[in-house]
Design a protein. Structure first.
Length: 274
C-alpha cells in the first residue's frame, strides 16, 4: 500500500492532459489533492479532491490554495511554444508565485520542466543532468528559468525541488524522435509519487523519459527519489523508425520541431555548423 503524504498536495495545471492523469492516479492512492487550473476541470472530481479555478498570475490566489500543502506539483502554465508575451505571466511570474507559496508553507516543489530547456543539443550527444542549458524557444527558456529558480530557492530559502525534464508524455510514441524521448503516463505518475514521498531531495534534476534504449539522456538524480521507469518505447521501434520530417533542424536537434519554430538563422540546419 502506498504511503499517504501527511499534508495535502497542490496540483497546478490539473485540467490538462498530464494533470488529469496525475489526479486519477494520486487520488486512487488515497491522497488529498487541491487542484487548480485556469480552465474548468473537465471530469467529475475524484474522492479527496477539491478544485478551484485560478490564474498563476494571481499571487494571492496561489498563496491561498497552497495553505497547508506539503508538496506543490507544478504542471500549470503555457505548455507549448508561444510568443514571449504569452509565456511571461504564467511561466515566469507564475512560477515566482509558486515558489513564494512553497517558501511560506515549507513545501516541496515538483516542477514540470522540459526537454526544450536543452533542445538545441544535438541528437548524437548523450546528456547528463548537469549539461548546458540550450533552450529552443521561449517555452524552453521559461523551463530553464524554472530550474534556476528552484536552485536559487533551495540555496537561499531551503525550498526542496525536483525538476523533471519531460520528454514526450503521450499515450504512445508517434515518431522516430519519441523512441528516445517517450515518457509513459504510468512512469510519470510513479515519478510524482516518489518525488513527493522521498525523504530529502534538495534541488535536483531528473530526465523525464521511460526506459528507452535509444534515449538521448544519461546520468541524473533519480536515485535520490528511488524512481526507475518501467515502460519503454522500444516495442514501437519497428513501426516508427523512419517516421521523420523533412526539416533538417527538427531532425538534428533533441528539441525536434521546436528548433524550427520562428527560426531565422539560415545556417542552423547545416551539418557543419557548431
Amino acid at each position: 500500500m502506498s504511503q499517504i503524504p501527511a499534508r495535502p498536495v497542490l496540483l497546478t495545471g490539473a485540467s490538462g492532459a498530464l494533470g488529469r492523469q496525475l489526479t486519477k492516479y494520486l487520488s486512487g492512492l488515497g491522497w488529498t489533492l487541491v487542484l487548480t487550473d485556469i480552465a474548468p476541470f473537465p471530469e467529475p472530481l475524484p474522492p479527496n479532491c477539491r478544485f478551484e479555478r485560478a490564474d498563476l498570475a494571481d499571487g494571492v490566489a496561489i498563496l491561498r490554495l497552497a495553505e497547508g500543502c506539503g508538496t506543490i506539483l507544478h504542471f500549470g502554465g503555457v505548455s507549448v511554444e508561444r510568443p514571449f508575451s504569452e509565456v511571461l505571466m504564467p511561466n515566469i511570474a507564475g512560477l515566482y508565485h509558486i515558489y513564494e507559496a512553497a517558501r511560506r508553507e515549507k513545501a516541496r516543489v515538483i516542477f514540470a520542466s522540459s526537454n526544450h530547456s536543452i533542445g538545441f543539443h544535438e541528437r548524437s550527444e548523450k546528456l547528463d543532468d548537469d549539461c548546458q542549458m540550450l533552450p529552443d524557444g521561449y517555452y524552453g527558456l521559461s523551463k530553464a528559468y524554472g530550474e534556476l529558480m528552484g536552485r536559487m530557492y533551495w540555496y537561499k530559502h531551503g525550498v526542496e525541488n525536483v525538476n523533471i525534464r519531460i520528454g514526450s508524455s503521450l499515450p504512445e510514441p508517434i515518431n522516430e524522435r519519441m523512441l528516445s524521448t517517450y515518457l509513459s503516463f504510468d512512469d510519470l505518475c510513479r515519478f510524482c509519487e516518489r518525488a513527493t514521498l522521498a525523504e530529502r531531495t534538495e534541488s535536483c534534476v531528473i530526465w523525464g523519459a521511460s526506459a528507452n534504449k535509444s534515449s538521448f539522456w544519461g546520468k541524473d538524480a533519480r536515485e535520490t527519489i528511488g524512481w526507475e521507469p518501467t515502460d519503454s518505447a522500444d516495442s514501437f521501434a519497428a513501426q516508427l523508425t523512419g517516421v521523420v520530417t523533412k526539416e533538417a533542424a527538427t531532425e538534428r536537434y533533441q528539441g525536434g520541431p521546436y528548433t524550427d519554430i520562428d527560426r531565422t538563422r539560415v545556417d542552423l540546419a547545416n551539418p557543419l555548423f557548431r
